[in-house]
Design a protein around this ligand. Structure first.
Ligand SMILES: NC(=O)c1ccc[n+]([C@@H]2O[C@H](COP(=O)([O-])OP(=O)(O)OC[C@H]3O[C@@H](n4cnc5c(N)ncnc54)[C@H](OP(=O)(O)O)[C@@H]3O)[C@@H](O)[C@H]2O)c1
Length: 333
């Protein structure tokens, strides 16, 4: 029996201060129409970009209040007509803006992917995993026997990038900010771990990789982005995945030579990746990632800190931005 109302988290103001923006509200349970399903969420994924979402950067036309969260796993609670690939009580993973931080999620059935059980690991595939897999493959044109650098390597998406680059037969360098993360990255097979609080990244890259880095998966931005650009090899590629160091305060102005001065003489390239623009690749890459996980060839870490209920989402987002987490952070709903 489904309830007549349920709780969801909304942003009540345009701000990167998630605590200030987020509010739990009660909303009516709506029955699914043709081609729709309602999913009872069990776990929701926490993302660095949650603070960009509260700030309204994802949908400049929207006005508060608007729904928060993205990916989730859960079980089908209600099925509309003309839906054939799932039935009530089936486990599914979903990914729709505003679909994560809520107890029930009404969405087009085609966006509900059947899975074996609503586990945190399954949840990591649709944002963290797909971002690494599609970006490295499609934009990075990742081959083998190259040097690949991953920043924020021990994070939700970084851990995927490290393992996929390693599996492809590359030398993998990963940056992180704590000794625990360094140990974790070594356990994933990262060839050179740089704890940027203990070593100077620029110096390490200059000394140990004089020929430069072929492919860079860059999520941090700021000074580390500048270091990465300068470290590119001849015909190197840098994929801009994010710039978490400037999400809260916003992008800072810089005064330095234009970026082409660093790229042209190396025929190096910069490209940017935003997952929703690559939806045509979802199915193929998700299938591959689920297969690697099932076969035990890909190990996905879930941060052990427990967060329960919508009231705990703010703590989880702040924990992510504290830089302490290892792997993916999830909230149990
Ligand atoms: N483009 C896309 O479609 C897409 C999709 C998913 C994620 N992303 C991006 O990927 C990046 C990682 O996201 P995630 O959700 O997986 O988070 P995450 O990596 O699990 O957590 C963020 C990590 O960033 C690192 N970091 C470095 N400088 C930081 C700073 N100044 N403040 C806070 N953290 C800092 C921290 O690790 P260390 O200190 O150990 O480096 C921290 O643990 C973000 O830039 C995110 O926007 C982009």
């Amino acid at each position: 029996m489904n309830p007549s109302t349920y709780k969801k988290l909304v942003s009540t103001a345009f701000t990167t201060d998630f605590r200030k923006a987020a509010e739990v509200v009660e909303t009516p349970f709506l029955e699914p129409g043709p081609g729709e399903v309602v999913v009872k969420n069990v776990y929701a994924g926490v993302n660095a970009t949650d603070v960009n979402i509260t700030a309204g950067r994802y949908d400049p036309g929207a006005s508060p209040p608007f729904d928060l969260g993205a990916e989730a796993v859960g079980v089908i609670a209600a099925v509309g007509s003309a839906v054939t690939h799932v039935k009530e009580d089936d486990a599914v993973v979903t990914f729709n803006l505003g679909g994560g931080y809520r107890e029930y999620n009404l969405l087009p059935a085609r966006h509900a992917i059947p899975i074996a059980e609503p586990s945190p690991v399954a949840l990591t595939v649709v944002v963290s995993g797909l971002t690494a897999s599609i970006a490295l493959d499609v934009l990075g044109r990742m081959g083998q026997d190259e040097t690949v650098l991953i920043t924020a390597a021990a994070g939700g998406t970084g851990q995927y990038a490290v393992q996929l680059a390693k599996r492809a037969g590359n030398h993998v360098v990963g940056t992180c900010g704590t000794p625990e993360k360094a140990e974790f990255l070594q356990s994933l097979g990262c060839d050179r771990v740089i704890n940027y609080r203990q070593e100077n990244v620029k110096q390490v890259l200059r000394d140990e990789y004089p020929d430069g880095i072929d492919l860079i998966y860059e999520s941090v931005g700021g000074a580390l982005f500048d270091t990465c650009v300068r470290a590119l090899a001849l015909r190197g590629r840098l994929i801009i995945i994010g710039f978490i160091s400037e999400y809260v305060e916003g992008p800072q102005p810089v005064r330095q030579p234009r970026i082409y001065a660093h790229l042209l003489m190396k025929s190096a390239s910069l490209c940017a990746f935003f997952l929703p623009h690559f939806s045509t690749y979802y199915r193929e890459h998700a299938r591959h990632l689920f297969q690697l996980i099932d076969e035990g060839k890909l190990h996905v870490a879930i941060d052990p800190t427990e967060f329960h209920g919508l009231d705990a989402v703010t703590d989880a987002v702040e924990y992510l931005h504290s830089g302490q987490s290892i792997g993916k952070i999830v909230v149990r709903l």
